[in-house]
Each structure stands twice: as C-alpha cells, then as structure tokens.
Design a protein around this ligand. Structure first.
Ligand SMILES: [Ca+2]
Ligand SMILES: [Ca+2]
Ligand SMILES: [Ca+2]
Length: 184
C-alpha cells in the first residue's frame, strides 16, 4: 500500500513534465494525427466549438484558450467539491476520522471509490489530505477532463484559419479538414 501511494506520488510529480516534453516533440503533428484518426469527429468537435465560443462568426485563439480554461475550471471545481464535502470541521484538511464519518454516511457503492480517491490524494501518505493535496487533486481532475494533448489539438486547430484573419469559421474547419484528410 505504501509502495502504491509512493508510486502514485511519483507519477503525479513526474507527469506534468513528461506531458510537456511530449508536447514539444509532437508539435505540428497533432492536427494531422487527429484528422487521420477520425476526420468527422474532429470536424464536429471544432464546428461545435466555433458555434459555442466563436464571436462574429469566428473562433479566435483566445476563444480556444477560454474554452480550455472553462472546461478545466468546471472539472477542478467538481473535484475540489468532493474533497471539501469531507472536511467536516472546515479546517482545510481531511483526516482519517472525517473520512470514516463520511464513508459511514455514504452509499455502499460510493465507498470504494472514496477510499481510492482519498489514498490517491494523500500524496505524502500521512493519512490526511491537506489543503495542498486537495488543490493538487482538483488540478488533476481538471487535467483529466481536458488533458494537454487535447488542449494542443484544439490550439492547433487555428492552423485551419485559411485566410489568416485570426478567426476560424465553420467553413474553414470543414474545408481545411477535408483538404488535410485528402493530403494525408
Ligand atoms: Ca478537517
Ligand atoms: Ca497527506
Ligand atoms: Ca478565417
């Protein structure tokens, strides 16, 4: 168990750097790869994004960044809420007693996950989830909802801005993906 917790902690510490290294190596290919995988799915995704986050008929790089931040913030808030709901004395951390009390009140179905989440969040394995660990768990939830590879792909979509006016239109998405799918 201690070894598992240590492994989780190591993954957590090493992972963001790993993602960054990967990002640099694959830069420029993410769009082509996603198109090769499933052009229709990417097209639908981007057309929806333009409709939802575009302004004056076009999606800007800022609009994409905003979407990524909003998605992640929502997931982070949901992740944080689950932990904050266990902090019965509102001191900013969750100890074993609080965990047990919340577990007793929870449904049998959610207990297993609760124990797993608690162990995963307790990065230093001291049996408490402190404020920094709660924050880290929230950030992990944010990155699970929209990871760096997906964020890269969405940012790379601006390359489909064929007339280079800084605004991506549904037509540019559709035609650009069709063009790249044919070329690749
Ligand atoms: Ca507490
Ligand atoms: Ca801890
Ligand atoms: Ca354009």
């Amino acid at each position: 168990m201690v070894r598992l917790v240590a492994a989780v902690a190591v993954i957590f510490l090493v992972w963001p750097q790993g993602v960054l290294a990967q990002e640099t190596a694959e830069e420029g290919d993410v769009l082509a790869e996603a198109i090769a995988r499933n052009p229709d799915r990417l097209k639908d995704r981007l057309v929806d994004l333009v409709a939802g986050f575009g302004q004056d008929g076009g999606l800007t790089a800022e609009g994409i960044a905003e979407y990524i931040a909003i998605e992640r913030a929502g997931a982070r808030a949901a992740g944080l809420r689950r932990y904050l709901a266990m902090d019965l004395d509102a001191d900013g951390s969750i100890d074993g007693e609080e965990m047990s009390a919340v577990q007793r009140a929870a449904s049998a179905a959610s207990r297993g996950r609760m124990v797993r989440d608690f162990a995963a969040a307790d990065a230093n394995g001291d049996g408490r989830v402190d404020a920094a660990e709660i924050a880290a768990a929230g950030q992990a939830a944010a990155l699970r909802s929209l990871d760096e590879a997906e964020a890269d792909l969405l940012r790379a979509a601006m390359r489909l801005d064929a007339n280079s006016d800084g605004r991506l239109t549904p037509r540019e998405v559709t035609e650009g993906i069709a063009r790249l799918a044919e070329a690749g």
